[in-house]
Design a binder for this molecule. Structure first.
Ligand SMILES: NC(=O)c1ccc[n+]([C@@H]2O[C@H](COP(=O)([O-])OP(=O)(O)OC[C@H]3O[C@@H](n4cnc5c(N)ncnc54)[C@H](OP(=O)(O)O)[C@@H]3O)[C@@H](O)[C@H]2O)c1
Length: 287
């Protein structure tokens, strides 16, 4: 099966390339070779690769910067996604797109289901919700949209790697304790996306690792496990703070737990607990 992947150097795209299943011939494009906001470039790439499936792992992911650059976020997350969906539809390919918990405001204290109405609170979430909407119009029935949350990996920049860096630089790390969600290892998501491609799963789904944590809980776990593995040589103190004490341009969801049960059921797999996956990722970072 020929698969075209957009956003080659992102953390999820890196994991997707690491776990390409046997029998899949993947062509991955970095943004420097394929800007998904350029519909002609997208059409030309698709006519060269002739993919049976297109995976969109490209996105504008700067959540705070999106507040001052909403058009740039829309260009990639809505228009870029639409360009890829249109090209997939035109050549009869399937389309796999990754979205986010930020399409929800996070005001509801219960796990969010795929059919809950979207209610983005910021520019990034609005652009991702707009991308989903385009896909549902352009390629209904032959697209898979997977919303995920709190992604980290040994590739790219993410919260886990930031905590490891801060542990070296500081004696105290303060972390927000009143936002909860499900930290999710991008490697597990990548393998699940490949399984979904092989099984031909379509529709809108949620995927997160099992369990719930605040950013503070996640930071404590990173420091504890990294110290145990010898990745850091001192157990830096982590202190909880409130969202009010750490203002950001974009409002973050307070409760961002995704109900992923339906997707795991379709995949025929069990979710790993976030803490177990965190240990796996840290072991990997430890070489
Ligand atoms: N990270 C999270 O915590 C998180 C949480 C929930 C959902 N998600 C979603 O998961 C998906 C993967 O996220 P990620 O963490 O892997 O993101 P990432 O590491 O920021 O990677 C995004 C990739 O998109 C590429 N890109 C940006 N603009 C592009 C354009 N115009 N044309 C082509 N490529 C472009 C970037 O290329 P350059 O580096 O060259 O700019 C980068 O390689 C995204 O859809 C994101 O919305 C992420």
């Amino acid at each position: 099966m020929r698969v075209m992947l957009a956003g080659k150097h992102g953390q999820l795209a890196s994991e997707l390339q690491r776990y390409v299943p046997a029998g899949i011939d993947i062509t991955a494009f970095p943004s420097s070779e394929l800007d998904i906001t350029d519909s002609r470039a997208v059409d030309s790439a698709v006519s060269t690769v002739l993919p049976q499936v297109i995976i969109n792992a490209a996105a504008y992911t700067a959540v705070d910067r999106a507040e001052s650059e909403p058009d740039a976020a829309m260009a990639v997350n809505r228009d870029g996604a639409a360009n890829l969906a249109r090209a997939a539809s035109a050549c009869g390919a399937g389309f796999v797109h990754v979205s986010t918990d930020f399409v929800f405001a996070g005001d509801t204290p219960r796990p969010l289901r795929p059919d809950d109405p979207v209610s983005p609170a910021g520019a990034y979430g609005m652009s991702k919700a707009a991308g989903e909407e385009e896909i549902s119009i352009i390629i209904p029935g032959r697209s898979l949209v997977v919303r995920t949350s709190w992604l980290y990996s040994s590739f790219g920049a993410n919260f886990v790697k930031t905590m490891l860096r801060l542990a070296d630089e500081r004696d105290l790390i303060t972390v927000v304790a009143d936002q909860v969600g499900s930290p999710t290892w991008a490697a597990g998501l990548a393998r699940s996306l490949w399984l979904a491609v092989e099984k031909g799963i379509n529709g809108v789904h949620h995927y997160a690792d099992a369990g719930v944590a605040s950013w503070y809980d996640l930071a404590c776990a990173v420091i504890e496990e990294a110290f145990r593995l010898g990745i850091i040589n001192k157990k830096v103190k982590v202190a909880p703070i409130s969202t009010k004490e750490y203002p950001t341009p974009a409002r973050r969801p307070a409760y961002s737990v995704l109900d992923s049960s339906e997707f795991y059921r379709k995949l025929g797999t069990q979710p790993a607990h976030w803490r177990d996956n965190l240990k796996r990722c840290l072991k990997e970072l430890n070489g």
